[in-house]
Design a protein. Structure first.
Length: 297
């Protein structure tokens, strides 16, 4: 707060604008933006200075420079906590940069992925952002990252958080991810990280959204991918927090409830079909002849 009052924001903005193309200076300046931006008035001041647009340009110009990408994404994630700055970042075309950061392997250092996920989560509070992200191929990009990082718990947690952010309240994104194999990817991820608390928590939240909004075909996909044995092991694992075990149990109950409903419906349809066949067979030849004559008249 004291630094902000003393004009530190103006100094950082000046450095970024005049000296920011050197790697060490860019990284240091972004760290300052991230730290000072935690204070809301400074965050607002940064946005009004035009730094959002500068950071997006830095990301575009240094898309394969991992240290700069990490520093810039951290700064963008902090700035995006403010809705006005989130809009500024969106206007500067950060959606396309996000999609590129997830889909290009050289960019995807663990920490860079984590901060870009944080930025995405903050951006989607702006109306229309989920649709804009979808147009850039974000669903495909997130799936590529989920497959690439399935064995890295910290990255997987942030990817699951990002998945929750883009599918909550957006059925189009949910359907697209389902078609891309997100159910199978989540089961693999959960199996590789079933002892990691935060991965279990967020993967189960994604699974809950998938199985609640579109139980057909997502529950079948999850079951075929082998999610039930994994959930049962999680529920029995007393080293995990109680609420996460309860969360896994809720998912399992939802799947079982759906299975019971589907079995009952199948039995009902079979009985209706059987009665229909029996009624048809009970019609005598005279009845058939009468029906034929009636139709002819």
């Amino acid at each position: 707060v004291t630094l902000s009052a003393k004009g530190a924001v103006d100094v950082v903005v000046m450095v970024v604008n005049t000296q920011g193309r050197a790697q060490e200076i860019t990284i240091a300046a972004c760290a300052a933006v991230a730290k000072l931006g935690e204070y809301r008035p400074s965050n607002d001041q940064f946005g009004k200075s035009g730094i959002c647009e500068v950071l997006v340009t830095r990301l575009q110009d240094n898309c394969r420079n991992i240290p700069i990408c990490e520093a810039c994404w951290r700064a963008c994630a902090t700035l995006a906590n403010d809705v006005s700055n989130a809009r500024r970042l969106l206007d500067a075309d950060i959606c396309n940069v996000l999609a590129m950061s997830f889909s290009t392997e050289e960019i995807c250092a663990d920490s860079a992925v984590g901060w870009s996920c944080s930025c995405l989560i903050n951006l989607v509070v702006v109306d229309g952002t989920k649709s804009s992200l979808r147009m850039t191929g974000i669903c495909e990009a997130l799936m590529a990252s989920l497959t690439r990082y399935t064995g890295k718990p910290l990255v997987v947690e942030m990817l699951c958080r990002a998945l929750v952010a883009i599918i909550q309240g957006d059925d189009t994104n949910l359907e697209r991810l389902s078609a891309l194999g997100v159910c199978e990817g989540l089961v693999e991820t959960l199996g590789n990280n079933e002892n990691v608390t935060r991965v279990v928590r967020w993967a189960c939240r994604v699974i809950t959204l998938l199985s609640t909004r579109f139980p057909v075909p997502n529950i079948e996909k999850l079951r075929e991918a082998g999610v039930k044995p994994i959930l049962k092991r999680i529920i029995r694992n007393k080293e995990l927090p109680y609420k996460d075990r309860v969360g896994a149990n809720d998912v399992l109950k939802k799947m079982s409830k759906y299975s019971t409903y589907r079995t009952s419906m199948n039995l009902y349809l079979e009985s209706v079909f059987h009665k229909s066949e029996q009624t048809r067979n009970d019609i005598t030849d005279d009845d058939s002849h009468a029906i034929h004559n009636s139709a002819s008249e």
